[in-house]
Design a protein around this ligand. Structure first.
Ligand SMILES: [Zn+2]
Length: 468
C-alpha cells in the first residue's frame, strides 16, 4: 500500500540534528519512498493530512528481553545480589519455545504503546521469539541467545542449545520477513566460551550480521574473566579477534576502562540502560563513553530489571547525571557539617555538570533512541523519516497537556510523558491500533486480549514448574 503522511510539524533530521518543520513522507510497502520539507507535492498518493499534529519516527529500543516482562516488580526497584543468576535463571531453566512466543508478545505490546517501533531483542528459542514479536506487528532485530558455559540454556547434563540457536539466527536472517531481522547473540563473556565466541563471529561475518551481546555487565563477569582468561571481558573479545572481525552492539559495558574504550572502534556501539543499571548497581559512565568518541545508544533492557519498557524516561535519568554526583561528594558533606563555603560545593556541582553536559541536550539525547540505534543494522535503517528507512511513524497530538505549551516538541519527546498523546502509529508501513483511539483500540482488541490470556496461563504453569 502507498500513502502520504503530511503535517505542519514533522521531525526531520538536518545534518544529524532533529528539527521540526512542515513536511511530508510517502510510504510504499514497509519503507519510506520519499520525504521532504514544505507543502505536500500535488502528485503525492493518498494524502493523510495530520494538520498540526507531530509526525515523528517510531523509537528504537536497542536492548530488550521482551519475554522477561513476566518478572516485572519482583525486585522491588533494586536488588542486593546478582539478580540475573539468582532469579532469572531459575525460571528460565523451565522455559519452552511456546512460552517464549507467548511471553515476548507482552513486552512487545507495552513497547508499541509507548511509541517504540523496533526492538533489539535477545532471548532463548530464537524462532519462537521472532514469531511472538511478529504476532504483535512490532519490528525486531532478534538475537537468539547462545550460551555454553553457564546459564539457563544448559540442560541437566550440561548440553547447550547453541547449535540450534545459531541455526535459528541463520533462519531468521534468511527468512525475508519485512519486520524481523537477525543479530548473532552470544550472552556474555562468562557464559560463552572463547570457541563459541569465535563461532558467533564466523556466523556474523558470513551473513553480514552484527553481534548483540552483554559485555562487562557484572563484577562477577569481570572476576571470572580474570580467573579463567587472565584478562578483562573486553580484553577477551579483543584477544579472540571478535572486535576486529564483526560489528557489535554491547549492552551495559559497565566495566570497560578508558584505555579499552579508546580501542573500541567506530563499528561498535555501547548500550546504556540507566534504570536497569540502577538495579544492578552500576549506572554506565556515558560521560566516559562520550569522551572516548564511542558510539552509544540508550535502551531499557527488560521490565524484570527496570519495571518498565518506557524508553524516554531513560533519557531523563541521563540528563540528571549532570547533577546527581554533587550530593555524594566530600565537599557536600563538609558543607553540611558547617565546614567549607558555598562556592566550594557549587564548584563541585559545576564540575559534575560539565562532565555530562555534552551528553544531555534534548536534541542529542533524542538521537540515542532514534537515528543512532536506527543505524546499527545493515539490513534496516530506522529512527528517521528518510527515503529507504523503515516506515515506522508515530503521530502525537501536540494539543495534549503533556506537550503544553508545545514550544519545543523535541524536548517534549525526550523529557516529557507524552505516550498518552500518541494519536496514531504505523510500523513498517502497517497501522498499529486505530487513528485517534490508539491505546484503547489496542488493549481492547481481540488480538491483544487473546495474547494476554495465553501469556497469563503459560506464566502460571511456568512458575509452577520453577517452584515459585
Ligand atoms: Zn540484557
Amino acid at each position: 500500500m502507498t500513502f502520504t503522511l503530511a503535517s505542519r510539524h514533522v521531525v526531520l533530521e538536518v545534518s544529524s540534528t532533529p528539527t521540526v518543520e512542515e513536511g511530508w513522507l510517502v510510504v510504499e510497502g514497509s519503507r519510506i519512498a520519499s520525504a521532504g520539507r514544505g507543502p505536500v507535492p500535488d502528485d503525492a498518493p493518498r494524502v493523510i493530512d495530520l494538520g498540526d499534529r507531530l509526525i515523528a519516527p517510531a523509537l528504537v529500543n536497542a536492548h530488550t528481553h521482551c519475554a522477561l516482562s513476566m518478572l516485572r516488580g519482583g525486585l522491588g526497584g533494586a536488588a542486593a545480589g546478582n539478580v540475573v543468576e539468582d532469579l532469572f535463571y531459575r525460571i528460565e531453566r523451565q522455559l519452552r519455545p511456546e512460552d517464549v512466543r507467548a511471553l515476548a508478545r507482552m513486552g512487545a505490546w507495552e513497547s508499541l504503546l509507548s511509541g517504540v517501533g523496533l526492538v533489539w531483542d535477545h532471548y532463548f528459542f530464537g524462532e519462537a521469539l521472532a514469531a511472538g514479536l511478529a504476532d504483535t506487528g512490532i519490528a525486531a532485530v532478534v538475537a537468539p541467545t547462545i550460551q555454553d558455559v553457564g546459564g539457563p540454556s544448559l540442560d541437566a547434563e550440561g548440553r547447550d542449545r547453541s547449535d540450534r540457536e545459531l541455526a535459528a539466527t541463520e533462519t531468521i536472517a534468511l527468512s525475508g520477513m519485512p519486520r524481523v531481522f537477525a543479530a548473532v547473540g552470544p550472552h556474555a563473556t562468562d557464559t560463552v566460551s572463547p570457541a563459541l565466541w569465535r563461532r558467533a563471529a564466523d556466523l556474523a561475518e558470513r551473513l553480514g550480521l552484527p553481534l548483540h551481546a552483554h559485555l562487562a555487565q557484572s563484577v562477577e563477569e569481570v572476576q571470572r574473566a580474570r580467573e579463567r582468561h587472565d584478562t578483562t571481558p573486553f580484553g577477551l573479545l579483543e584477544r579472540e579477534g571478535v572486535l576486529e572481525r564483526v560489528r557489535g552492539v554491547f549492552a551495559h559495558a559497565l566495566f570497560v576502562d578508558d584505555a579499552e574504550l579508546s580501542r573500541l572502534g567506530p563499528g561498535h556501539a555501547l548500550v546504556a540502560c540507566p534504570y536497569s543499571q540502577l538495579v544492578f548497581g552500576f549506572p554506565a559512565r556515558v560521560d566516559r563513553w562520550e569522551a572516548s568518541g564511542a558510539r552509544w545508544v540508550v535502551a531499557t533492557d527488560c521490565a524484570a530489571s527496570n519495571d518498565s519498557m518506557a524508553l524516554r524516561k531513560e533519557l531523563r535519568f541521563l540528563a540528571g547525571l549532570r547533577t546527581v554526583g554533587a550530593s555524594f561528594t566530600s565537599a557536600y558533606d563538609a558543607f553540611l557539617r558547617g565546614q567549607g563555603d558555598a562556592e566550594s560545593v557549587a564548584a563541585t556541582r559545576r564540575e559534575a555538570y560539565a562532565a555530562f553536559e555534552a551528553t544531555a541536550t534534548p536534541a542529542e539525547l533524542y538521537t540515542r533512541i532514534t537515528s543512532v540505534p536506527g543505524a546499527l543494522h545493515p539490513h534496516v535503517r530506522a529512527g528517521v523519516l528518510a527515503p529507504g528507512a523503515i516506515a515506522s511513524v508515530v503521530v502525537y497530538d501536540l494539543d495534549h497537556p503533556s506537550f503544553w505549551p508545545a514550544t519545543d516538541p523535541i524536548a517534549g519527546l525526550v523529557m516529557g510523558d507524552v505516550d498518552a498523546a500518541i494519536h496514531a502509529m504505523w510500523v513498517a508501513g502497517r497501522a498499529v491500533g486505530e487513528r485517534g483511539d490508539f491505546h484503547r483500540s489496542i488493549v481492547r482488541s481481540e488480538t491483544y486480549r487473546a495474547h494476554r490470556a495465553e501469556a497469563k496461563a503459560r506464566l502460571s504453569e511456568l512458575r509452577a514448574r520453577a517452584g515459585l
